[in-house]
Design a protein around this ligand. Structure first.
Ligand code: SAM
Length: 236
């Protein structure tokens, strides 16, 4: 079984190996068959698709295991980026490994890595928080629990909850430098930085749209954060 990374926006971000694996596999297991169907069509790849998403993971994992046992090769893709990273994949990987099947990575785009590498924040040590839970209390508890984790914090958030997340960061990390990496690899890609409060008011004004990775600078950078807070929000 291959876990194949796919573009997070820019269709050119498809590796040669990813294309070959998709061409050579027996079946593509996709989070959304319609969406992955479009990607395959773009590359003129014709392949049977089965759906594999978080609501049918258990059932589909069994089916995928049966296929692997028959000697078929399965390529797992998600809507965007690397399977298994805040996306379906983990369960079938565990099942395949437990069943003694070979699992290979076909690495490529991943919003977390793309954002961290261009953020200007320390990447020597970082903690991937991913998506926070939905409920307010639980969200705050997670943010507080990672307060003393050394290094940069990296979060995923859906576009309509960015304001809420910035408000929560303002409460828990008022001093720290926050970076929004928006629309990575797309036309309106942008990196903006400032305190959570400054970014929140900028967001109110500019109504940023699209997808975001949110990064919080390490505690040790607090002093620099105060300087950038004075300057407000900056780009780059
Ligand atoms: N598996 C994917 C990966 O490897 O990055 C992540 C999938 S997760 C369901 C989707 C989240 O990733 C979005 O809510 C956003 O936080 C982030 N994301 C995905 N594409 C992005 C992009 N082009 N720019 C900024 N953030 C992105």
């Amino acid at each position: 079984m291959y876990l194949v990374a796919t573009p997070i926006g820019n269709l050119e971000d498809m590796t040669l190996r990813a294309l070959r694996v998709l061409r050579e596999c027996d079946v593509v297991a996709a989070e959304d068959t319609r969406r992955s169907g479009q990607l395959l069509r773009h590359y003129e790849i014709v392949k049977p698709l089965i759906s594999y998403h978080r609501f049918n993971e258990a059932r589909r994992s069994e089916e995928i295991l049966l296929r692997l046992a028959r000697g078929e090769t399965v390529a797992l893709v998600t809507d965007a980026g690397s399977p298994g990273i805040s996306d379906p994949g983990e369960r079938v990987v565990q099942a395949a490994r437990a069943g003694g099947h070979r699992v290979e990575s076909v690495p490529g785009p991943c919003a977390l890595v793309a954002a961290l590498s261009i953020s200007g924040l320390s990447s020597a040590e970082f903690h991937f928080v991913g998506f926070l839970p939905h409920k307010s209390g639980a969200r705050r508890r997670v943010l507080e629990a990672v307060r003393f984790v050394p290094g940069t914090l990296v979060l995923y958030e859906s576009p309509h909850r960015i304001d809420r997340l910035l408000e929560e960061l303002e409460g828990v990390y008022p001093e720290r430098e926050v970076v929004l990496a928006r629309e990575l690899t797309k036309r309106f890609e942008e990196v903006v930085r400032g305190t959570a409060a400054a970014l929140r008011s900028a967001h109110r004004e500019r109504a940023w749209k699209g997808e975001f990775v949110v990064l919080v600078g390490a505690d040790a950078r607090g002093r620099r954060t105060e300087e950038s807070a004075a300057a407000g929000v900056s780009r780059g």
